[in-house]
Design a protein around this ligand. Structure first.
Ligand SMILES: [Zn+2]
Length: 549
């Protein structure tokens, strides 16, 4: 009895104390109303069911330290609920900052809370999977990916408000139209945020950004919050893999397919088998893998993964030359793609036939040297022989056929090209010095955000708003235009300084496009001159492929 009384007293006293604090917050009513709108947004977007609404409401009230919902929360319909969550979220994050819920009102902390809020309005991972499988079975895979992609945007995991900031243009070239983007969707970190991330303790959980352990993870100042991430299990080649969307959306329905285990990238026959298996299950998506060696590979080599999506890249539209056939691989045709890099396109009706031919070609390429073309399969290094040859494979369906592009790569360096012989050369580093990975191989340039301000300044020079001669003389090493100085000289020489600003921007963008095509040429192992074509023909002949009459 005494115990009950004590418990009763505590129960009635404590909420009172909290209630007083909440009531003292002048913004409490406004915060509660934002929460209610967000719940109704999630219900409208089918992220939660009607039965989930009180549950989600109570979770959000707790998160924002409120005792009760807003007035009218029981009304069956609300009229002014937006179709996108960002404005509601921004307002809620402002309230959180004002009421001391955020340690700092920086993008880092706001993004961490944002994902937590949306995570409370999501289906459970197994519910998302069940919905995906039902749609797949009843309406086909495209209906399943459409619905899952919509969830990824609705949940603000894919931040369309940021993605829309990216600059995009098409660059006409002899290889068709290249796609060009300046990536402005990643918010710039303040020096304070960079310092906080640097001071954060090193953590080994989750092991990397791709591991399935990220689902539901709260994040840290140096690791994104992923309460709103959902993944779909897949079976590829008899192994457990996962499918998810990339939050960065470099192209439509940009997906990541990653292995359940945290194991390093390794390109083998199994890789080709997995890629082909994926296109059987997702025939409306292409899929590709970055190469498995540094310099020519992707940014994450520690966790085996592929990138896929629903987008027709420029490379897919590029034609192939004469067809080649191999006596041991009937039904498979190989053509050299008309592309600045060295791309062999294999096509076949039978998956297994294509797999065998691709594996044979890859093995042959791994051991292939052609000194005349500067290609050495391996070199003697301090730790023994170092392998240099690999491929960037891309697989798609064309009608009922299987199509695989094998992009031949070599990562050797020498004194003249310490960053890589088949890598962007130094005179183009002012535009791009990073690895040429899968996405760029396919003809979509992803350029750093800094370029927008820099090219804007160059456009003003070409429009005569500032004197380049004088500016050039006083350029410091730190000046953002310093790396572009030689390029600006050329532009001024070619176009003068009397362009209007819009015209100046056009010529600059055209020039960047030309440089991107040149960069892809640097990454090509067989150059597009007569010697290069002959070297490519030698390779195909030695691999046993004969040109069809
Ligand atoms: Zn991992």
């Amino acid at each position: 009895m005494a115990n009950e009384q004590r418990a009763g007293t505590a129960a009635s006293e404590q909420p009172d104390a909290v209630r007083t604090e909440a009531a003292a917050r002048p913004d409490a009513a406004r915060t509660a109303e934002l929460i209610e709108k967000l719940i109704r947004y999630a219900r409208n977007r089918n992220m939660i069911g009607t039965l989930d609404m009180p549950y989600a409401r109570n979770q959000l009230l707790e998160l924002f330290r409120l005792d009760e919902p807003c007035e009218g929360y029981l009304a069956p319909e609300w009229s002014d609920v937006p179709d996108e969550p960002q404005k509601l979220l921004e307002a809620l994050l402002d309230e959180a900052a004002a009421s001391g819920l955020l340690p700092d009102n920086t993008t880092t902390w706001r993004d961490l809370l944002d994902a937590k809020v949306m995570g409370l309005l999501m289906p459970r991972p197994s519910e998302t999977e069940a919905r995906f499988r039902t749609l797949w079975a009843e309406q086909g895979i495209a209906a399943a990916t459409d619905d899952f992609y919509a969830l990824n945007k609705d949940s603000n995991y894919i931040r369309m408000d940021r993605i829309r900031k990216n600059e995009y243009w098409l660059h006409p070239s002899e290889f068709g139209e290249m796609e060009m983007t300046i990536n402005l969707s990643k918010p710039e970190k303040t020096p304070q945020e960079i310092a906080q991330a640097g001071q954060a303790a090193a953590a080994d959980y989750p092991q990397c950004l791709l591991c399935a352990d990220n689902v539901g993870y709260a994040g840290r100042v140096n690791h994104p919050a992923r309460q709103n991430l959902r993944i779909i299990p897949l079976e590829l080649n008899g192994e457990a893999w996962f499918f998810q969307y990339s939050p960065y959306v470099y192209y439509n329905e940009h997906s990541i397919v990653f292995r359940r285990e945290h194991v390093p990238m390794k390109l083998t026959r199994d890789t080709f088998a997995r890629l082909l298996a994926f296109t059987e299950q997702f025939p409306h998506y292409f899929i590709g893998s970055n190469a498995d060696l540094p310099i020519v590979g992707g940014s994450i080599l520690s966790h085996d993964h592929f990138q896929a999506g629903r987008h027709t890249f420029p490379i897919e539209k590029a034609p192939t030359g004469q067809a080649h056939v191999h006596a041991a691989h009937p039904g498979v045709r190989v053509g050299v793609v008309d592309w600045p890099m060295s791309v062999l396109r294999l096509t076949a009706d039978e998956r297994e036939a294509l797999l065998n031919a691709a594996d044979d070609l890859y093995r042959f390429w791994q051991g292939y040297s052609d000194e005349q073309a500067g290609i050495l399969a391996s070199t003697e290094g301090p730790g023994g022989q170092t392998r240099h040859n690999t491929v960037t494979p891309i697989v798609r369906r064309r009608g009922g056929r299987y199509e695989m592009d094998l992009v031949l790569r070599n990562n050797r360096t020498d004194e003249a090209h310490p960053e890589g012989i088949f890598h962007p050369h130094r005179h183009l580093h002012h535009i791009k010095k990073e690895n040429i990975g899968l996405i760029e191989v396919m003809g979509l340039a992803i350029l750093p955000g800094r370029l927008l301000a820099e090219t804007g300044a160059i456009a003003r020079l070409l429009a005569g708003q500032k004197d380049w001669e004088a500016a050039r003389a006083s350029l410091t090493e730190q000046d953002p235009l310093k790396p572009h100085a030689v390029w600006i000289d050329e532009l001024v020489e070619r176009y003068g300084t009397r362009l209007d600003e819009a015209e100046a921007n056009r010529v600059i963008r055209h020039d960047i496009g030309c440089k991107f095509v040149e960069i892809l040429g640097h990454a090509g192992v067989f150059k597009r001159d007569r010697e290069g074509r002959e070297a490519c023909a030698r390779f195909l002949a030695q691999a046993g492929f004969k040109a069809q009459g």
